[in-house]
Ligand binder design. Structure first.
Ligand code: F6P
Length: 258
């Protein structure tokens, strides 16, 4: 609309935010599916946006794992830690994925890039509730969980359901269930169908989607035309204040049907 044109907000970003029902969308040009460098520009944009938005003083930043997040981590800079005390904590266990893309590794890299601090959470992602309940009482685990609960920033990605199920070596039985229930997206251990319904949950500790409502700064980082469906599905559950950082590949595909 005219107002957003006058204020200089690119129209496409405003339109996509409206379509997805969230407050903020930032789009970089290109499609990361065919141009991996696009993810790097998303990382630079994330770094710039955090530098503008985050308050001075203490910030507790909870980060998820994944290949997208691994690129984001590499693009953060010491400028972010100017006037700020940054503490990176993994938003959830995540042990079970390849080491380099576990949330612990992402947090360590983010701390290294910015000159901030980080903590690790050593809890496998795919253990039963009965096994992990007693772990919650362990002081080393409890102290990190308390920090996660105090996070004022969350940075996460969104994955395609089947890609994530395979990457996590989920059983043929569960993969069958996900297919039957037409899961298309995964975020925070929850699998969603196209309408945004949670169709499967990985038992887990750490941050859950309802907790995000209380977090002032939430960044969802996901891009590429191949992820458009997953982004749309997850966004039915995203808190209003979410910032989506994406690329034209995903954005154009999301706007096409809108
Ligand atoms: O496993 C952590 C995680 O953040 C998932 O919640 C998400 O679906 C996935 O990684 C995204 O991974 P990628 O960036 O590699 O697509």
């Amino acid at each position: 609309d005219l107002m957003s044109d006058l204020l200089g907000f690119p129209k496409k970003e405003r339109r996509l935010a409206d379509v997805l029902g969230i407050d903020h969308v930032l789009i970089v040009s290109g499609d990361c599916d065919s141009q991996p460098r696009v993810l790097e520009s998303m990382g630079q944009l994330l770094n710039k946006t955090l530098a503008v938005l985050l308050p001075d003083g203490e910030n507790i930043i909870a980060a998820m794992g994944g290949t997208t997040m691994a690129v984001m981590a590499k693009e953060l800079t010491p400028a972010l830690a100017k006037q700020r005390d940054l503490l990176f904590v993994p938003a959830r266990g995540g042990v079970g994925e390849l080491v380099d893309i576990q949330a612990n590794a992402i947090c360590s890299e983010m701390a290294k890039q910015t000159g901030g601090r980080h903590r690790s959470l050593y809890v496998p992602e795919d253990i039963s509730e009965r096994t992990y309940q007693p772990l919650l009482q362990e002081p080393s685990i409890k102290s990190v969980l308390d920090l996660i609960g105090q996070a004022n920033v969350v940075i996460h990605s969104i994955g395609e359901a089947m890609t994530m199920a395979q990457r996590r070596n989920m059983s043929a039985e569960i993969i069958g269930e996900l297919q039957e229930k037409q899961a298309v997206a995964e975020a925070f251990g929850d699998f969603f169908d196209e309408s945004g319904q949670v169709v499967y949950k990985i038992p887990r500790i750490g941050l859950q989607i309802p907790d995000l409502t209380e977090v002032p700064y939430v960044f969802a980082i996901a891009a590429g035309q191949n992820k458009a469906k997953a982004i749309r599905a997850y966004m039915h559950n995203a808190p209003q204040q979410t910032w989506l950082i994406t690329d034209e590949g995903a954005a154009n595909s999301l706007l096409k049907g809108a």
